[in-house]
Design a protein around this ligand. Structure first.
Ligand SMILES: Cc1cc2nc3c(=O)[nH]c(=O)nc-3n(C[C@H](O)[C@H](O)[C@H](O)COP(=O)(O)OP(=O)(O)OC[C@H]3O[C@@H](n4cnc5c(N)ncnc54)[C@H](O)[C@@H]3O)c2cc1C
Length: 499
């Protein structure tokens, strides 16, 4: 049995942080628009956005060394770091707007302050970190960053990591106290509760099977209602494909020219987790190291203090791996089924080019618990296996496309793919990820609703005061915004005392 439903203005596919963010922006900008959300699982934020499926780092390039590279002349390129930080400032502002407008409450349930640190060992890396620190310190966005290569200072900052170290190799770290731990699962659930209170229809256990263009330019979405087994058809003027790893197959179903010659490469992840209070209380930071040779940028090892459900835990990883699934709850046929005549050559070219990466990922999958412990001990020399369990993280589907640097190039960032008429957009890729959801969804708005952007600008500036302005070049505005978002989101020392 099937049914045709009435036309809506917007359909959001997937109840992850991206659809939640786009829905929340649209509800403020065009409150009269009718929005429907379809999610195949039973709840919001159950895939990559779930708190156990990602590292919960508010990525602002305060600690991630892969956002700053050393140029051939030895100087440090900080442009990517500045860009990522600017994007995180947009998220902070939008979340603050939602809190001050009482649209969401209790920011401490999704964001907490936690020092962000970079840690390196060995003369070469210490020299790199020092240069990186000097370059970033000149930019107001990185204010408060401290550097130390003094072992006594490091013992004060990271006692758990320093205890039991016997090597004489030089070590150094940077620390920024204004870093954050973000529970993206909690945030996603809060945003969907808010949307539901604004009459957005959210249909869980509804799996999107097909997306077809109608003769009038609108879209018909074929939905399998998993509760009653029926097929439903819904039509809409605009579809956002926010299916996380599941976005690529859905984008391919639209048949838009922009969906061609794109492939996906799934990378899975594991974290080691420690809940032993004796160990957990000895560490209070997110500490990022350097990626191992041949490792993809998203598998930079880090030891993180996490706040999940009011409990403090330590997470170490991620250990990358290979799985043919595009979602954690996906199918082993996802990768094979995503190969189409139009992307076959792109995929084959990537396969030939990325042999080293595939080998690395397969080796990672084969790691024994003892091998993982060895890697953990590079961070915590005295780590004991009985204190650490394993959690399986979310899947990241990296985009493969033909670029100026050649056919079948693996991309590590996020990509918005949209139709020329702006009636459909999909988000592919997963890095820097949820932290930059607001920036990415603003890009969706700019691409898909250019005719409305002028009218929407005053509201956008009310929600995101720095909209359209580079904060790195406006130190006074940055100070003002940083102080107010710190206060609203409860991220300062004063705010913490009042909790
Ligand atoms: C190991 C790991 C660590 C990470 N660490 C960080 C971090 O520290 N900081 C950070 O900012 N980001 C991080 N990320 C990235 C971040 O988690 C993602 O960018 C973000 O959660 C993606 O959100 P999303 O809404 O696009 O996808 P998801 O949260 O995956 O949501 C997509 C939803 O769509 C649904 N769906 C898919 N297909 C269909 C269909 N056909 N019909 C109906 N529903 C469908 C899925 O069930 C799912 O609920 C990490 C990711 C991973 C995997």
């Amino acid at each position: 049995m099937s049914s045709i439903q009435k036309k809506t203005d917007v359909i959001l596919i997937g109840a992850g942080v991206m659809s939640a963010t786009l829905g929340s922006l649209l509800k403020e900008l065009a409150p009269e628009w009718e929005i429907k959300v379809f999610e195949k699982l039973a709840n919001a934020g159950e895939e990559s956005s779930n708190e156990w499926n990602n590292a919960g780092t508010g990525h602002a390039a305060l600690c991630e060394l892969n956002y700053t590279s050393e140029k051939p002349d030895g100087s440090i390129d900080i442009s990517k770091a500045v860009n990522v930080n600017e994007q995180f400032q947009l998220s902070r502002q939008f979340w603050s707007f939602l809190v001050t407008s009482n649209l969401i409450r209790n920011p401490q349930d999704f964001i907490r302050p936690i020092p962000h640190m970079s840690l390196v060992i060995g003369e070469k890396d210490v020299s790199f970190l020092k240069k990186r620190f000097k370059a970033l310190s000149k930019v107001p966005l990185f204010q408060g960053m401290e550097f130390s290569d003094d072992l006594e200072k490091l013992k004060e900052w990271i006692p758990l990591i320093m205890e039991g170290r016997t090597s004489n190799e030089p070590m150094a770290a940077t620390k920024v106290d204004s870093g954050t731990d973000v529970n993206f699962g909690a945030l996603t659930r809060m945003l969907f509760e808010h949307l539901q209170s604004k009459d957005v229809e959210i249909k869980y256990k509804h799996n999107i099977k097909d997306i077809k263009r109608m003769s009038d330019g609108s879209w018909e979405v074929k939905v399998h209602n998993l509760e009653n087994g029926k097929i439903e058809y819904h039509t809409t003027k605009f579809v956002f494909i926010g299916g996380g790893g599941g976005s690529l197959p859905l984008l391919q179903k639209t048949g838009i020219p922009e969906s061609k010659h794109i492939g996906g490469f799934p990378v899975s992840g594991l974290f080691m987790v420690c809940n032993n209070p004796k160990v957990v209380t000895q560490h209070h930071a997110k500490v990022y190291g350097k990626a191992k040779l041949g490792a993809p940028p998203m598998s930079v090892p880090h030891l993180d203090t996490r706040y999940i459900g009011n409990e403090k835990a330590l997470l170490f990883g991620p250990f990358a791996g290979f799985s043919p699934k595009f979602l954690k709850t996906g199918s082993n046929f996802d990768l094979v089924c995503s190969v189409k005549p139009n992307n076959l050559l792109t995929m084959l070219a990537a396969g030939a080019k990325e042999m080293a990466l595939t080998k690395y990922l397969i080796e990672q999958v084969m790691l024994s618990n003892e091998k993982r412990l060895e890697e953990l001990r590079e961070f915590i020399p005295n780590a004991q296996i009985e204190d650490w369990g394993i959690v399986v993280a979310g899947q990241r589907v990296q985009v493969i496309k033909d670029t100026a640097s050649g056919r079948g190039t693996l991309q590590f960032g996020t990509e918005v793919v949209s139709a020329a008429d702006g009636s459909v957009a999909a988000l592919l890729g997963a890095s820097p990820g949820a932290s930059t959801a607001v920036n990415v969804m603003l890009e969706v708005l700019e691409r898909c609703f250019p005719q409305h952007m002028k009218d929407w600008e005053p509201k956008l500036k009310e929600m995101i005061p720095s909209y359209g302005v580079a904060l790195a070049e406006n130190p006074e505005l940055f100070q003002k915004i940083h102080a107010s978002t710190t206060q609203t989101l409860g991220l300062g020392e004063k705010e913490l005392l009042h909790r």
